[in-house]
Every structure is written in C-alpha cells, then in structure tokens.
Design a protein around this ligand. Structure first.
Ligand code: ADP
Length: 334
C-alpha cells in the first residue's frame, strides 16, 4: 500500500535511509520542534551533559526516526536502535543498556509496545541511570544493582495516549509531529530529487507533494514510483503528464487519498449510513487491522475534515461525501 506510513520492506528501508537528513539544518518543516531541540542540544553541550530523554509522537512517516538520528549526530553521540516489540525480557534491554556509553542515544521505536516488565525495568535506568538485574533463577537468584552510563533515551510512538503515564512522565521533552504543508513537502522532494539526480519540470514536485498526505515518507515513496514510470514510459524526465499518469496508476486521487482511505469513507457512508460507527466495526467491515485504521488512515482524514470523531464513533462529513461524489445524507425528518 503506497500510503502506509511504515517501510514496506528492507529495500525501501535502504532507500528511506539514503534520503534521511543527518543534521538539524537539513531537516525541513516542524519549525517549533527544530528550534526547541536546537536550544536543548546547545544547552546540554555547553554543560557537557547528555540530553534529557525525548519522546517523539505522531503518525508514521513524519520523521520520528530521522529526528532520533539527527539528535545523536548533533550531540556527537552514537545511536543504538531497537523497538518495543523486540525487547521482550529485561535481559534484552540489559544487553543494550550495558553497552551504551556516556551521552549515547538509545532509540526505541514503537515504545508503546514494550511489555510491562521491560517498561518497569527501564524506569530506574531512565531516572537514576541504574538497573536492578536478577541473575540466575530459583534458589541461586540474586539481584545485582548495576550502574549505567548517563545516556539519552529517545522514544517514538504513533500515539502518546498509548503510553503508560509513568513512562510518559519520565521523558523530559515530548514533541508531537504534525503533518507537513505542501510547500514543505515540495522542499523535501526537491532535496530528494537532487540526491537522486532527477530531472524535474516546473511544478511536478509540487504536484507530488500535494498528493502525499502531508507525509515525507509517502512523498519520497511516490517520487520513487514516478521516477520508475518516467524511466519506462518516458525519457526519464518528470513532466506533469508523467506524474499524473503514474499517480493514477497507483490509484492516488486528487487529494492524495488511496483505495483504503476511500474504502474507509465508503464503508462509513454505505454500511453505517454516514456514522457514527465504532472503529472495531469499521475494521471488521474492511477486513483491516484496527491499528492500521487508527494510526495510518484516520489521522489524515481527521486533519482534512473528512471524518469526525464523536463519543459514539466516527462520522463522515459532507466534504468527504462531496469528494467521493456521493449524495448528501438525507435528513431524518424531511
Ligand atoms: P517515522 O520514524 O516517523 O515513521 P522517518 O523518520 O522514518 O519517519 O521518516 C520517513 C522518511 O521521511 C525519511 O526517509 C526521511 O527521508 C523523510 N523525512 C522525514 N522527516 C523529514 C524532514 N523533516 N526533512 C526531510 N526529510 C524528512
């Protein structure tokens, strides 16, 4: 699925990494976050102290992993990466923690998916830079108090609300990443096009940007699809026609919505009479994971005002019906 914010496979991860900005001044957009991070980094460096723990949250593909790497680079530190689901036992974390040096960044993606025992194990590591680690088991079990180097934990999650309150409170800085504007995405694409040595006609990058659902990962992914299309169907140069045709082939519409977005809206209209409908019910109708709908599909539809969330569930708005070419909802008492 083109709009999914997650990397699709290893090859894409390599492509994504090759386009990742390395330093703060190469990052585009998120001006508030960039300014706050720049100040925090400068202050920490002046005091020769590690940076406080940072949490980045927001929909997939907006730059959380990128910022974690940028923070490490700017601090002149090494980064070690892991993810919530990969850290199952205290021993998994112990391996990581015991190898970090002073000032290093430990990046945990999908941090909301840490198991409770692992989460409780890292509280003292975050707070006091020490852990109580139990070796052996049964009669021979003993707990060793293990001092750690002062490190910076950078966590990333799609929704801060999924984090337990005790874990959330242990981060000194919490930053919410917003969707990017079309001019910002155009700038990101211009940088990517330069790195990929692409020949683009005027207005083509802006056109791709406007179909990228406010998300840099999607913008770069579409650029790659358009590049392939231009190479096979044209002379390799990106023209408006080539971009339009490539996006049509990917079933991306004028607003950047893809088949799953449209299926979500259509299910709400046709099966649930426009809503309100619960997310579980919609997920069952579409045969999709609830998490995918909540993390990837809904945030953008909410942002552009196509869906409303009410206490009783999700409702489709007249703008969405209009976009899909569906008749407005009939009043109950005509
Ligand atoms: P997340 O961790 O939030 O899912 P990533 O950090 O993996 O997102 O970002 C996805 C892609 O978007 C990266 O390849 C990177 O090139 C690009 N990207 C993200 N944020 C920016 C930015 N501020 N400026 C330029 N490119 C960005």
């Amino acid at each position: 699925r083109v709009i999914s914010g997650q990397p699709l496979n290893e090859a894409e991860e390599v492509f994504t990494s090759s386009l990742r900005p390395q330093h703060l001044d190469e990052c585009i957009g998120q001006p508030n976050i960039r300014e706050k991070i720049a100040i925090a980094i400068q202050a920490a460096r002046q005091r020769s102290e590690p940076l406080e723990h940072v949490l980045f949250y927001g929909p997939p593909g907006l730059g959380k992993t990128t910022l974690a790497h940028v923070v490490a680079n700017e601090m002149g530190a090494k980064i070690r990466c892991s993810s919530g689901p990969a850290l199952v036992k205290a021993g998994d974390v112990m391996g990581l923690l015991s190898s970090v040096n002073t000032g290093d960044v430990l990046f945990i993606d999908e941090i909301h998916r840490l198991s409770t025992p692992v989460e409780e194990f890292i509280y003292p590591a975050m707070e006091d830079f020490k852990v109580d680690y139990t070796v052996d088991s049964g009669l021979h079990a003993k707990t060793i108090n293990f001092p750690l180097k002062r490190f910076t934990l950078v966590g990333a999650t799609t929704r801060a609300g999924l984090l337990s309150a005790p874990l959330r409170s242990r981060f000194g800085m919490l930053y919410h990443l917003d969707f990017y504007s079309t001019p910002e995405l155009t700038e990101i694409l211009a940088r990517s096009a330069r790195l990929l040595k692409l020949d683009c006609q005027d207005g083509t990058l802006e056109l791709i940007a406007s179909r990228s659902r406010g998300t840099p990962r999607i913008a770069n992914r579409l650029l790659k699809r358009v590049r392939d299309y231009a190479q096979v169907k044209g002379s390799g140069v990106l023209s408006t026609d080539i971009v339009e045709n490539a996006l049509k082939m990917e079933q991306i519409d004028a607003l950047g919505l893809d088949p799953l977005d449209r299926a979500f809206l259509k299910a709400l209209v046709t099966v649930y009479d426009g809503g309100p409908a619960g997310i579980e019910a919609i997920a069952a109708t579409l045969g999709e994971e609830r998490d995918t709908l909540e993390d990837v599909v809904e945030p953008y539809l909410l942002q552009i005002g196509f869906v409303r969330r009410t206490k009783r569930g999700r409702e489709v708005t007249p703008q969405a019906r209009d976009h899909l070419g569906l008749a407005p909802k009939k009043g109950k008492h005509p």
